[in-house]
Design a protein around this ligand. Structure first.
Ligand SMILES: [Zn+2]
Ligand SMILES: [Zn+2]
Length: 288
């Protein structure tokens, strides 16, 4: 665990890597503007790996792969909204269980925001009263447990007090990245994607971008598998990061590594030059 620099009073958390070293970056600002918590950051699950879920300022979740396996009830109830990048199970699965928990506690409706295609899959194949109850009508239609909000690509939409834009990326089904603007900090999220262009074009225009959560899934020797499944290897990740004007100045927080390849991908990423990479771990907390 890194110590807290005493001359940086704005720092509330440093991340605990269980003794492993990581790059800690802290941006000197008057006050804490955004706190990012890593709930799950892997492309698969074991007792030591959780699927994708991140939380900003305790109120906005980005993907729901581990919102109930990784958050206690209080933290589940404090969420206002969840951005859903795409409909693959490792990103939506805990919407089922968080809906169930929140319904029993009579919580405010949880906004579930995603593109029209993603919401269509959720309605038709998940909350369809077959696989799981339709929590957009439970306990009743006027005050349901879940409320779906459509995000139109690249159009700013207010969600849980943030301005959110979706950017379509390159995956096997429609998948979106996000640009989330807080008052003084902006964070990017790649979603599941292989090489892509538009996300980088938009990120290059961001004045206040503090960090990018960026997927990488397979080692370089599994490039074929990465290509057909719409994911990055360290090699394609480096190429894509160079589409950003100043890759060294952009803290890239890596997630979605497949548990089987964890150490191999980490080693390959550690060898990449001219970039600022941190492999995220469950429990990491970043102040942006
Ligand atoms: Zn996916
Ligand atoms: Zn995934």
């Amino acid at each position: 665990m890194r110590g807290r620099p005493s001359d940086w009073p704005f720092v509330r958390y440093v991340f605990d890597r269980g003794g492993r070293s990581g790059i800690l970056w802290l941006l000197a600002q008057e006050s804490v503007t955004m706190e990012l918590r890593v709930i799950g950051c892997h492309g698969g699950e074991t007792p030591n790996h959780r699927t994708s879920a991140f939380v900003l300022d305790e109120r906005l979740a980005i993907d729901a792969g581990s919102l109930t396996s990784g958050l206690d009830l209080g933290a589940q109830f404090r969420l206002s909204a969840c951005l859903v990048s795409h409909a693959h199970l490792d990103h939506i699965r805990d919407l089922a269980t968080i809906a169930d928990n929140r319904c029993q506690a009579d919580c405010e409706p949880l906004v579930v925001a995603g593109t029209a295609a993603t919401l269509r899959v959720l309605k038709k194949h998940f909350f369809n009263n077959l696989l799981w109850p339709d929590f957009t009508e439970i306990p009743n239609k006027t005050r349901p447990t879940l409320r779906f909000v459509e995000l139109k690509p690249e159009k700013r939409t207010e969600v849980a007090g943030y301005q959110v834009r979706t950017v379509l990326v390159s995956h096997t089904i429609e998948s979106a990245g996000f640009i989330v603007e807080g008052e003084d900090a902006t964070v990017g999220y790649s979603g599941d994607t292989g090489p892509t262009d538009r996300l980088w074009e938009l990120l290059n225009k961001e004045k206040n971008l503090k960090a990018l959560l960026l997927e990488v899934s397979f080692p370089d020797r599994e490039q074929r598998l990465a290509t057909v499944s719409g994911h990055h290897t360290p090699r394609t990740l480096l190429k894509d990061l160079k589409k950003y004007a100043r890759p060294k100045d952009l803290p890239a927080l890596l997630y979605h590594i497949k548990p089987v390849f964890q150490s191999e991908v980490e080693q390959e990423c550690a060898r990449l030059k001219g970039v600022n990479l941190t492999v995220t771990a469950i429990g990491d907390q970043f102040v942006l």
